[in-house]
Design a protein around this ligand. Sequence first.
Ligand code: NAP
Length: 266
Amino acid sequence: MLTIGVIGAGQIGSAIAKVLAETGKYKIIASRRKIEKVRDLEKLGVKLTRMNREVAKESDVIFISVKPYKVPEILNEVSDLLRNKLLISVAAAISISKLQKLAPEAKIVRAMPNIALKVKTGFIAYSRGPKITEEDINLVRELFSEMGYCMEVDESLMDAVTALSGSGPAYVAIMIEAMAHAGLKVGLPRDLAYISSAYTIYGTAKMILDTELHPAMIKEMVLTPGGTTIEGIFYLEEGGIRTAMMKAVEAATRRAREIAEKLNQS
Ligand SMILES: NC(=O)c1ccc[n+]([C@@H]2O[C@H](COP(=O)([O-])OP(=O)(O)OC[C@H]3O[C@@H](n4cnc5c(N)ncnc54)[C@H](OP(=O)(O)O)[C@@H]3O)[C@@H](O)[C@H]2O)c1
C-alpha cells in the first residue's frame, strides 16, 4: 500500500488527507504543529505527527500544503529525505524551478486545487517538473481523480488558474449569497433562499459539464420573450456582472504574479 504524506494539514492539506484516507487505498500520514485541531482525521486512520521529517521519511508521495512563504523553510527541513520521491506542491505562486532548487532530488509536480476537493468536486490543475515520468503522472492523476476533476496545464498558466478556479469558490459563494439575499428581498424563507440558490448554481454547472453545451445555450433555454428571465438579465447586465467578473479575475491574476515574483526571487 502506498503511503501518502501531507505536510501542512490545514484547510487544503487536511481535505487532501481526508479524501485520500476515505478511499481506503492508501496509508496517510499528515503533519502540522497544532495537530489537536485535526484530531478527527485519526478516526479515518490518518497518522498525525508534528514532525515533518517523519512524513517525508515514511511517505512515497508527499503533498506540501503550507502557506507559500513557508515552503522554503519546510523543504529545507526535509529535502534530504525526498530523493526520487514524488513531491506535489499545492502552494500558490511557488514555481517548479524554485521547488526543484529547494528539493533537488525530488520529482516535482506543481498543482492548483480548489477547496471544493473537500467534497470530491474540486478542480485541480497541475504542471509537471522535469523529472516526472509517465508513471508518475498516472499516479498523480489517480490521486487527483479522488478529489475531483484534474487537468494538466502549462506552468505559465498557473497564476491565471489560481485567480480563476483556485479563488473561484469565493466568487461563487458570493454569487450564491447574493442570490439568497435576493430571495430574502422578495420574501422567501431563509432556508429556501439559500438551498434554492446553491442548487441552482450546482445544477447549472452540472448541466454544462454533462451536456457540454455552451453556457449561452443553457441561458437561452430559460429565456422567454417578454418573460421573467429577460427582465432579470436586463438588470444583471446593467449592473455589469460580466465585466465585474473579468476585472476580478484579471486583478487576482495580477496579484498572483506579484506574489510569485516576490517568492521566486533568488
Ligand atoms: N485554501 C484554498 O482554497 C487553497 C486553494 C488552492 C491552494 N491553496 C494553497 O494551499 C496552501 C495552504 O493553504 P490553506 O488555505 O490550507 O492554509 P492553512 O489552512 O493555513 O494551512 C496551512 C497549514 O500549514 C501548517 N503549518 C504551518 N507551519 C508549519 C510547519 N512548520 N510544519 C508543518 N505544518 C505547518 C499550519 O498549521 P499549524 O499552524 O498547526 O502548524 C496550517 O494548518 C497554500 O500554499 C495555498 O496557496 C489553498
